[in-house]
Design a protein around this ligand. Sequence first.
Ligand code: HAM
Length: 414
Amino acid sequence: MASKFQAPRGTFDVLPAAGRARARLQAVATGIFERAGYEMIQTPTFEDTDLFERGVGKSTDIVRKEMFTFEDKGERSLTLRPEGTAPICRAYLEHGMHKQAQPVKLSYVGPFFRHERPQAGRYRQFHQLGIEAIGTDSPLADAEVIMLLSDLLGELGVPGVALRLGSLGSLDARAAYLEELKAHLHRHEGDLTADVRERIDINPLRAFDSDDAGVQGVMASAPTILDALSAEDQEHFDEVRALLDAAGIGYELDGTLVRGIDYYTRTIFSFVCDALGGQSEIGGGGRYDGLIEQLGGPATPAVGWAAGIERILLALDEEEPRRGRDAFVAIADPEQRRRAMALVTELRNAGFSAEMDLAGRGLKGQLKHADRIGAARVLILEAGGTAQLRDMASGEQRAADTGNLLGEMTGGEA
Ligand code: HAM
């Protein structure tokens, strides 16, 4: 029955079997976020293009190649959001959240869009969940957000997770380091790929991300930012590490860690999962102390992360079994249809899961269907108003009083 239409390249349909696993993931995440006081925020699916150009950074792959940008009928340039942090900072400023008690702790979940080459774990429409703690530079906030992602992956049971931790320093200290790095790259230009060479002066850090053996050789002897941190940045980073150590969270210190977005300062981190192969990052983030100022607001330090829902589900590789129903109301006599509807409603209102036949099946067909959907009991409504209650596991059947339906469901007592 395939039609000529298919979901666009790099997108996918979430069918009910996969939807159940997503619902569980979101329920676990919501519980963790709520217990830690991160409240839900929702921003639009599209924003002014300029927000991402400024926020994410013009030299990033995201802005250069991956945005779904379009003009609306008023000739404004809009972009389907490729990430959530810049929009949330926009909302923080727009709604004067800097006047609230700081930090403002927010959580989010939703679709994001990047025009990347699709492969397992990499899509053009994907879903992230994430948190942001805005308005504090305390290392406690860095440690808290990292711990919450660690808790989430732990509670879900994601196997083989490792945490990589680094620091990019604050903007001033980083500028001096970047000059040093550029000089190193220029000295070894002959060993670099064209792509890395072209970006030496625009985005030299990306060279650490290259999978070319020649570039990797050059980067092995490159200075790392961890050796160039200012005393203040070093102290901040040491405290984040001490807090993670105290919480028993293991990590690998990585001086070559880079991220694909320009707004990061100081702490950056990445949770990777070896089961994922090529697209091994399950979630990551860091501190972005300059972003809100960059968007025209007051200097406001902040830290957060986002995790890819599809990547978590791929790593879990589990199907959530469909839950059975408490009851199925079967109609042995067509005259009983209205009564069946009323009884199904009564059961649902009392908190039971209950279904009835919507497809005009005969009684035998209804019992088969009740079995298929895993109904624990079937209430069979007979001509004349009598009823039978059948236990599907034992096959036992007895007369039932539909005037005391809830009592019948809980074992026959009123
Ligand atoms: P990001 O590293 O670009 O960070 O994305 C976060 C996560 O989204 C990745 O670790 C990955 O799991 C998932 N992801 C990214 N691109 C794709 C894709 N094409 N297909 C499937 N999954 C993908 C951010 O977006 C930052 N806003 C995170 C952050 C929040 N930093 C501070 N606060």
